[in-house]
Design a protein around this ligand. Sequence first.
Ligand code: SF4
Ligand code: SF4
Length: 186
Amino acid sequence: MSVVASYINNIVSGVKSTLVGMRITGKYFLKKPITVQYPDERLPIPNRYRGIHYLEQEKCINCLACARACPVDCIEMDAVRHGKELEWVKFTIDYQKCMFCELCVYPCPKDCIHMGNEFAFVTTDRSELHHDLLSYKGMSREARIRKREAEEKKKKKAAAKAAKAAKEAQAAETEGDPPQPTEGEA
Ligand code: SF4
Ligand code: SF4
C-alpha cells in the first residue's frame, strides 16, 4: 500500500472509531437530562419508602406498643397522664440504631406512627441522631382546654352533690324537731 493510501486509510479508520465511540454519547445527547440538582431538586419518592418517622402526636396514647415491637429498642417515650389527657415529655428514636424495618408501625392501635419520606439526616454530631418526634412538649392547647372543662364540670358536680347533701340534712333535721306547743295548751 502506498503512503497516500495508508494515510487515507488511517483517517477513515479514525473517523469511524470516533463515530462508534460517540454513538452512545449522541444517543443521550438528544435525550432529556435525568440529572437533578439535589438538594434544590428531588426525584419523586415511592409511596412505601421508609424514611424518617413522623408521629401524629394528638392521636398517640402512649401505649408503648411501638417501642415494644422495635427489635433494637431504639424508641423511648415519656408522658404524664392527667385523666384522659397526656402531658408529653419525650418520644425519641435513636437513628444510630434504627434499621428502618417498619415493625414499629404495624402494632400501633391508633395508626399514628408512620415512616416518612424524609431521608436527609446528615450530621457531624451523633447526639442529633437521637431524634425527638414530638411536635410539641407538654399538653396541646386543645388538651389543656379539654382538661380545664373536665375539671370545671367535676367541680360543678361536686358542688351540686354537696348542696344536695346539705339540703337533705336540713330536711332530716326539720323532720326530727319536736312539735311546738299551741297557745291553749300553754
Ligand atoms: S423502624 Fe424498626 S428499628 Fe426503627 S424504630 Fe421502627 S421498629 Fe425500631
Ligand atoms: S403504638 Fe402508636 S399509640 Fe402507642 S405509643 Fe406508639 S405511636 Fe403512640
